[in-house]
Design a protein around this ligand. Structure first.
Ligand SMILES: Nc1nc2c(c(=O)[nH]1)N[C@H]1C(S)=C(S)[C@@H](COP(=O)(O)O)O[C@H]1N2
Ligand SMILES: [Mo]
Length: 160
């Protein structure tokens, strides 16, 4: 049996808000419909859950990269390597969270087509909050639902 995981409101509930914060020139607070301002992508994904087995869903939404790039991450655009120290922390309402590296989604590096989904199987996520979609992931763990905060952090330093 899976645990009830979200404290997200139901379809009749209030609109969810997504906070973009951290090392950004233009931090933002977005409602799910605001994410329609970027080009929309579709992804049909299959992933395995250790508890519930194989899951299959169809998602639509903007690329995470497009949304975060618009928020102005404070790397030096003239020095491509400067981006390599940036992390992206994605958190759901229930506290489930995962880290991505900036380079993972950057078109000059890993180019992973990660979505910030606004619909799942045709159903809008306006009240539940957006969902992270990683078509390349075999496991479901990073498909975080009910996202309320994305923090971009350029403060990572490796200590030799
Ligand atoms: N907010 C939130 N998102 C989450 C989780 C969670 O506990 N909280 N679990 C993840 C795990 S382990 C899996 S396998 C998938 C399950 O997706 P499903 O509900 O479509 O089966 O959601 C992921 N997203
Ligand atoms: Mo899972």
């Amino acid at each position: 049996m899976s645990q009830p995981r979200a404290v997200a409101p139901t379809a009749a509930g209030p609109a969810a808000e997504l906070v973009l914060t951290g090392d950004l020139d233009r931090p933002a607070r977005l409602a799910v419909p605001d994410l329609l301002a970027w080009p929309q992508r579709e992804a049909d994904v299959r992933f395995e859950c250790a508890i519930n087995g194989m899951q299959q869903h169809s998602f639509t939404g903007p690329l995470l990269y497009d949304v975060l790039a618009a928020a102005g991450p404070v790397y030096d655009p003239a020095r491509r390597k400067d981006r390599l120290r940036f992390l992206i922390a994605v958190s759901g309402l229930d506290g489930h969270h995962a880290l991505l590296s900036w380079a993972e989604i950057d078109p000059d590096f890993g180019r992973a087509p990660v979505l910030l989904a606004v619909t799942i199987d045709g159903v809008p996520l306006d009240s539940a909050g957006p969902q992270l979609v990683l078509p390349q992931d075999r496991c479901g763990g990073r498909h975080i639902s009910g996202i309320n905060t994305i923090r971009v952090d350029g403060g990572y330093t490796a200590w030799a």
